[in-house]
Design a protein around this ligand. Structure first.
Ligand SMILES: Cc1ncc(COP(=O)(O)O)c(C=O)c1O
Length: 433
């Protein structure tokens, strides 16, 4: 059945805009076309909206719901804890049980710091790096995202035209932006000269560039970063908010075997509940007891940590990552095949259960190719997918959960073909695809 309108979602959207700033709880959600859909519930790989439509979900809450919706292990853990109290403001058993579970996935490290969001965890990682080195600046790479806060929201997209230091947001501190050196991902020569001449505390990097194309690191790049950071006494931070517990149980660290000084974790770690972490060696992380301030009323919340323990228990089972990778490969191959069949130029990248599709470009191997993809036509495609029961992210990224099946993927690929056919008349009118 082809959905043509979403009256209850539309009504809810109109009403939400009367009270909630912008009508959405986080900025990018306003980009959804034709308008944000309002959901009443989810089950496994599916979501149901207020109008009663059912969707295969490839948004997964923008990544956290790696166990799909309503996974029994997660539900039981949360239900059992919530009746015992929401938060204690003091120690409890889940603090160390969940920390031990995280460290079992990241065995090179011996300490964990709990926080609530990826943005917060990235902040404490940078603060530790500055505290440890006594230096101020840090290096990041164009197109990489490390949260929305002042010190990192630089060099992510195009930057504000009127910002001298590449700040992305109105109201962002130019002083904070000035401390950031934005380099091209993959270029070790640039890193070498920046770290040789500047007062750089840390290099922060998405080890797989998930936020701009799901691009694997060029051969030798992560090793090169490790070497240069060692030579210059710079702290190497892997931002594994997307890749952690997703591309492998031990994230990109396990996948590539390069060990950073700190790794920032989020999203998948608690199966959808708000949790983030920094992992590293005690020499660095114990600085939080020697002058580096890290605080937060909700840090280490028992409901959230019980959810993390349950999530990691499921993800740690044998075969999880082989299966997630097989599902990712199946979806990527299916999308590629449909693009080819419809004579549409497009690029498809895949790492484990994360897939990227870009239209109008033959390959996405760097940030500029990602930015060159035809996002306007992709938005039209997203609406056609939605009308046919597939919910996917703007920008071309797809997330898969443990609850997606081969049948779900095959059905999705069919629908993808139908959606491409539906936008073909637009293409034939002369628009670029
Ligand atoms: C790589 C990366 N780092 C940091 C963040 C910020 O995480 P949060 O949205 O939980 O603050 C994100 C969010 O998408 C991310 O993708």
């Amino acid at each position: 059945m082809l959905v043509t309108e979403w009256p209850k979602s539309m009504e809810a959207w109109t009403r939400t805009k009367q009270s909630l700033a912008g009508g959405v709880s986080t900025g990018l959600r306003a980009q959804a076309r034709p308008h944000p859909i309002f959901f009443s519930g989810g089950d496994g790989a599916r979501l149901t909206d207020l109008d009663g439509n059912s969707y295969l979900d490839y948004v997964l809450g923008w990544g956290p719901n790696i166990l799909g919706h309503g996974h029994p292990a997660l539900v039981t853990a949360v239900q059992e804890q919530v009746v015992k109290g929401a938060t204690y403001g003091s120690g409890h058993e889940y603090e160390y049980l969940a920390a031990e579970a995280v460290l079992s996935a990241y065995p090179s490290f011996d300490r964990v710091i709990w926080s609530n969001s990826g943005s917060e965890a990235a902040q404490v990682a940078l603060r530790i790096a500055r505290g440890a080195t006594g230096r101020q600046a840090f290096v990041k790479f164009a197109g990489h995202y490390h949260g929305w806060t002042d010190p990192v929201l630089v060099g992510y997209r195009k930057g504000r035209a009127d910002s001298p230091h590449g700040a992305e947001s109105l109201g962002q501190s130019e002083n904070a932006a000035r401390d950031v050196v934005v380099l091209e991902w993959g270029d070790l020569t640039q890193v070498e000269s920046a770290l040789g001449g500047l007062d750089v505390a840390a290099v922060v990097v998405e080890p797989i560039l998930c936020n701009s194309g799901v691009i694997e690191p060029p051969a030798g790049f992560l090793e090169g970063l490790r070497r240069i950071c060692d030579q210059t006494g710079t702290v190497l931070i892997f931002d594994e908010v997307i890749t952690g517990f997703r591309v492998d149980f031990g994230g990109a660290v396990a996948k590539y075997g390069v060990i950073p000084d700190l790794a920032v974790l989020g999203k998948a770690i608690a199966g959808g509940l708000p949790l983030s972490a920094v992992v590293g060696k005690s020499e660095l992380l114990d600085l939080t007891q020697r002058g580096v301030v890290h605080a937060g009323t909700y840090n280490g919340n028992p409901i959230v940590l019980s959810a993390a323990l349950a999530t990691l228990g499921v993800l740690g089972q044998a075969g999880t990552y082989e299966r997630l990778d097989a599902l990712g490969q199946r979806l990527a191959a299916g999308i590629r095949d449909q693009l080819e069949r419809h004579g549409i130029v497009g690029a498809v990248n895949q790492v484990g259960p994360v897939v990227q599709c870009g239209l109008g470009v033959p390959a996405i191997q760097n940030f500029s190719q990602f930015m060159a993809a035809d996002s306007a036509t992709y938005d039209l495609l997203l609406v056609e997918l939605l009308r046919r029961g597939v919910f996917a992210l703007p920008g071309g990224r797809w997330y898969l959960s443990t609850e997606h099946t081969e049948r779900d993927i095959d059905a999705t690929v069919e629908i993808f073909g139908e959606a491409l056919a539906a936008i073909a008349p637009i293409k034939n009118k002369g628009q670029q695809i």
